[in-house]
Design a protein around this ligand. Structure first.
Ligand code: EPZ
Length: 423
C-alpha cells in the first residue's frame, strides 16, 4: 500500500503541463490490433492503465513499448483471440479489445469485466450492438465467447450513449462490409480523437462528436495505404486532468497556469469556476487561474454524458466546494456508486449529506488533516485536493488508484508548491 503525506495550507503557484488523455489513449491502443501493422502513438501519459494495455498487447503476441511519451506498437504478430487473461481482470477498460479482436480474428474470448470502484459497469450495450451486427455471443460463466462469421452492416440505436460501447462498435463495424450507423452514440472528445486516429489509419468513419456515427466498413478494412510506414498519431490532452488542476486552484490560495489544454472541452468548467469567484484567463492552449481563498457555492450541478458536466470531474468539484461559502448541490447521474470520497471528506471536517444520487455540500470555513483511504481514481485525486486545502497533516492511503490515471501527480503538485511526499 503506497501513501502520500500531505501538509496542507500552502499557497500554490506556478505552471503545470497537462499530459495526454487517458481516455483517448486506451481505446486507440486497443484499436491497433484491428489491422496488423506498426503504430507510433504520441503524447501518451505514463500511467498504470497504459502500462496494463501494453502488457495485454504483448500477451496477445504483439510488440509494444513506451518511450519518451510515445507508444511503439507492432500488431503484425497477434497470435491469439483470448483476452480472458488475469490482466483483463485488472483492467476494466480491456473490454475495448473485444471489437477490434473480433474484427481481426472473427472470434474473441474475453472475461466478463467485473464491476469496479464506481459501479457495476455492465456491458449489455456492447453485446447488444455486436449482435445487431451479426456477432454470435455465448456466455460461459465468467467468459464471453464471440464469433463474427456472418456479419451484416446495420443501424444500431443505443438506449444510452455509452462511451465504451460506442468505441467498441465503431471498431468492430470497420470490419463489417457496408454502412453501419450508431445512433445515440456518445459524443465525448475522446471518441472524436479515436475517429481522427482511425481516419489516419485509412478507415472510413464520420460523425464522431455528434449523436450519429457512420462507419463504412470493409472486409479488408484499411485500404490504399502503405503498410511499410507506421501510423503516427498524437492524442489530445487530458481534459479531466486539466479540470482536476482547476479544482485544485479553486480549493487553495493559488496562481496556477495550466498549460497544454484544449479549451473547447473545458468551457463548462471554466464557466462554473468563474461564477464561483475565480479569476480565469484562457489564452491559446493555457488557462491562467487565480483564487484568493473560499469560492462561492454552486447551485445544482448534474453529471451527464458529454457535453454535460463530466462525471469524471464530480469528485474533484466536490472537494473544491467543501470550503465554499454557502451550500452546493451535486447530482451524480452516470454511475451508481461514485460518492465513496464523501465519507473521507467528512472525516476531514467537510459537511456533506448524501440523499440518493444527490450530494449536499454545506460549505465549512476549514478542513483538517486526517488519515484517509483512497478508493478510486477520481475520488483519490479529490481527496488530495482537499488535503492540500486543509490545515495540518493528511496521510492518504492506497494512492495506487491515482497512479492509474494521473501522470506524475505528486511531482506536478510539488512543483506548484504543495507539501506532498510519497511514503
Ligand atoms: C468511460 O467509461 C470512461 N473510461 C470513464 O472514465 C467515464 O467515466 C465514462 O466513460 C463516462 O464518461 C474510459 O474511457 C476508459 P460508459 P465507460 O459506458 O465506457 C452504463 C475515469 O475516471 N452502461 O459511458 O465504461 C454504465 O453502467 C473513467 O477516467 C450500461 O448500462 O462508460 C454507466 O452507468 C471512469 N451498459 C454508464 O452507462 C453498457 O453496456 C456510463 O458508462 C455500458 C455502460
Amino acid at each position: 500500500m503506497r501513501t502520500y503525506i500531505i501538509n496542507g495550507g500552502n499557497k500554490l503557484e506556478g505552471i503545470v503541463k497537462i499530459s495526454g488523455s487517458k481516455n483517448s489513449a486506451l481505446p486507440i491502443l486497443a484499436s491497433t490490433i484491428l489491422c496488423g501493422r506498426e503504430y507510433i502513438i504520441k503524447n501518451v501519459p505514463d500511467i498504470d492503465d497504459v502500462k496494463m494495455m501494453l502488457e495485454i498487447l504483448i500477451l496477445l503476441g504483439c510488440s509494444a513499448y513506451y518511450e519518451g511519451g510515445s507508444c511503439y506498437i507492432n500488431t503484425k504478430n497477434l497470435n491469439t483471440c483470448d483476452i480472458s487473461d488475469k490482466l483483463s481482470k485488472k483492467l476494466r477498460s480491456s473490454i475495448i479489445f473485444l471489437g477490434p479482436m473480433l474484427g481481426r480474428n472473427k472470434v474473441a474470448k474475453i472475461t466478463y469485466p467485473g464491476g469496479c470502484d464506481i459501479g457495476s459497469r455492465p456491458i449489455d450495450l456492447h453485446l447488444y450492438g455486436l449482435k445487431e451486427l451479426g456477432v454470435d455471443v455465448t456466455e460461459e460463466g465468467e467468459f464471453i465467447l464471440c464469433s463474427s462469421h456472418n456479419t451484416k452492416s446495420n443501424d444500431i440505436s443505443l438506449r444510452y450513449p455509452s462511451v465504451g460501447a460506442t468505441e467498441n462498435l465503431m471498431l468492430f463495424a470497420l470490419s463489417v462490409e457496408g454502412r453501419t450507423r450508431i445512433y445515440n452514440s456518445a459524443k465525448e472528445p475522446e471518441i472524436l480523437d479515436l475517429q481522427r486516429f482511425l481516419v489516419k489509419c485509412g478507415y472510413c468513419v464520420e460523425g464522431a462528436g455528434t449523436d450519429t456515427i457512420t462507419v463504412f466498413g470493409s472486409k479488408n478494412m484499411a485500404k490504399n495505404i502503405s503498410y511499410d510506414e507506421p501510423v503516427e498519431y498524437s492524442i489530445i490532452s487530458d481534459r479531466i486532468e486539466a479540470g482536476t488542476f482547476m479544482a485544485l486552484a479553486a480549493s487553495t490560495k493559488s496562481k496556477i497556469c495550466i498549460k497544454n489544454v484544449d479549451k473547447r472541452y473545458l468551457s463548462g468548467i471554466i464557466k462554473l469556476y468563474r461564477e464561483a469567484g475565480c479569476l480565469i484567463d484562457d489564452v491559446e492552449d493555457y488557462i491562467y487561474m487565480i483564487n484568493n481563498d473560499r469560492i462561492r457555492a454552486m447551485d445544482k450541478i448534474s453529471s451527464r454524458p458529454y457535453p454535460g458536466f463530466p462525471t469524471d470531474m464530480q469528485a474533484q468539484l466536490m472537494a473544491s466546494l467543501c470550503r465554499a461559502e454557502g451550500t452546493s448541490y451535486i447530482e451524480e447521474n452516470v454511475f451508481e456508486n461514485r460518492f465513496k470520497h464523501v465519507s473521507e471528506l467528512n472525516k476531514m471536517g467537510a459537511n456533506i449529506v448524501i440523499k440518493d444520487n444527490l450530494a449536499i455540500i454545506n460549505g465549512v470555513s476549514k478542513l483538517h488533516g486526517e488519515n484517509i483511504d483512497v478508493r478510486d481514481l477520481r475520488g483519490g485525486a479529490a481527496l488530495v485536493l482537499a488535503a492540500l486545502s486543509a490545515e495540518g497533516r493528511t496521510v492518504a492511503n492506497n494512492i495506487e488508484h491515482i497512479d492509474r490515471g494521473y501522470e506524475k501527480f505528486a511531482n506536478k503538485l510539488w512543483n506548484l508548491g504543495a507539501d506532498i511526499a510519497e511514503k
